[in-house]
Design a protein around this ligand. Sequence first.
Ligand code: BGC
Length: 716
Amino acid sequence: MLKSYIITYLMLLASFCAFSQPYKFQDRSLDIEERVEDLLARLTLEEKVRLLHGNVTTVTADRFESGGVERFGIKQIEMLDGPVGVRDFDQDQKTTALPSTLSLSCTWDVDAATKYGEVLASEMLFFDKHVIFGPGVNLMKSPLCGRNFEYMGEDPFLTGTMASYYIRAIQKYGVAACSKHFVANDIDRWRHFTSSNLDERTLREMHMLPFEMTVKDGGVWMIMTGNNLVNGVHAAENKRILQEILKDEIGFDGVAITDWRGAYNTVNAALGGTDITSGFCAYVFGDGNLLRAVQNGEVPMTVIDDKVRRVLRLYFRTGVIDEGSRPKGEANTPKHHAIARSLAAEGMVLLKNEKKALPLNAQKLKSIFVTGMAADAAPAGTGSSKVDSEISITPLQGLKAAFKTTRITHFPYDKDKIDEMAAAAKGHDVALFVASGARSGESMDLQSLDLPENQAEAIRKLSAAHKKVIVITLSAGPLEMQEWIDGPEAVMACWFAGQATGEAIADVLTGAVTPGGKLSFTIGKKLEDYAPHALGEWPQKPLTDNPPRNAPANPQERVSIHGYDLNYSEGVFVGYRWFDKKAIEPLFPFGYGLSYTAFKIENAGVDIASDKAGQPEVVVKAKVTNKGKKAGSEVVQVYVGDPQSSVERPKRELKGFAKVHLNPGETKEVSIKLDKRSFSFWSIEKNDWEVEPGDFVVEVGNSSRNIVFSETLTLK
Ligand code: BGC
């Protein structure tokens, strides 16, 4: 009896010791890489493979967890959609709907990107989730792409810079960001079978650059490959772009996860550089498929170990293994709402303001007439980024709260009552038309940039009937404005502005906030002014009669198809680069936006700080003065051009910017550094970045078409 007690006691003691004796990988004081190696060495092949795919038990879009190692009590890693707010299927808890990231890019404010990321991180921590699928860093190749609102405009440098701040703000709390959709995933309709065809220079200088920047400057921990093909090969199976360029050359040390329908073939995806297959293609590495490929010798163990290392690194980085190591967060709080409101206001771009129509004086105005499709709505994009927020303040609600003593008449918009509407506006001090762009979102593209439901005609008629018309636009991105822009005195573009839409609009209308947003893309006079439309390369071209449009979800029905081509024949000439090349006058250029105050930008020196061994360093200094009567902000934009080059280069390219906040009469000096990359192009011949010695033009302005000073520099 005593003997059996002693044996039981000793066994309990032994198991307690084994349990409390931490494995080396559990030792938080050690370096992550050391811990990764220790854990990796303990895993069986089955356990390793289990880390490399999403949940395959049900074929559904909403499985957002993967991996885990039961034997060591390591939980699954849990992911949620972004990028414009946290989207959570399962919880009752609501989250904050931020303004679109396109709106964020129009702030040109890296501090705004930080605040944006911090809200996302906090809401992710609240749910104790590990990875948020954002930022979206594809470029606006065409203004018609249905997901432009989830991206950051047409310029790779602006996108890469803003996205890197967004990422750092999230990851500093131990939540992983995920840049998506790698790469050239620029058309959304039929994306699963569309091949983006582009040469290496276009890839490197334009479409891959934001991804490269989010790796090198943002230090991003995850990248999602697109559902599209690149040069005929599915992105998730494209060894050239994913394994060789992104991982081996650029040095991405994080996890490459597929988009929900991105992969098809187990061996190709494994050798191509994919680390986790997810969503509808979780089975590609799951269901015994990857295991068999390793056992058959089709996928070497070194390839598996490289993937597992990356995944484990992510588990350590995001506290999956060190539970309790991250701070607590909060979701749907007044604090987050206030940030959503100020970010939305900051992203708004004042396009026109004749006779100082804006701001409106809330004390003096007796009456405001409000109409338009979005007067009592807060439009947002549809699809995986749709946020379920508790709050959604419409323009009408925002106006009522801000203009307490003003009579506000709302005329619900009806396209069949345009004349009646115009007549009803008479007698009011101001007529406000809140226009809505067309519905936009995942799996679709816009058919045109026109305002739907005859709103253009309504604005024209309203402008004929009333002398003080102000148009507010809420849209996914650029709109066709040419046919109505002359009518209203003021036009302000507000994009998808999130849950505080109405309050933010009121803040700018009343002048509580001085508008300072600048376009992160060009607004052309007509669709044909944009490169893919001028070249007849949009939409994608079917390669056979009626190729299938969308990949099925069911594994048994899934086949890889190259059904359509989207050709990038504009090359590096995307957005303003194209408008400049073809000398097309845009309606509003890239970088443009008005203020209620006035700024003067002066040259304070453009100097070559060093020019050694092909590593030039240039410092551009500008003095900015607020000459007006209101506090406000200006964006100093630095463009570089190489007039004599062995390859055709854009006339000017954004290579630096700085946002300055100034009180009336105040002056500040900004200093912007340019480096080798600012002067380089991608040389196909040398397969490398190259700076050709000679003259470069450095231009400084407050839009791509308003250059205030420029200097020519000679680099050795
Ligand atoms: C979208 C991704 C998204 C994923 C998960 C896909 O259809 O393209 O952006 O993260 O679904 O919802």
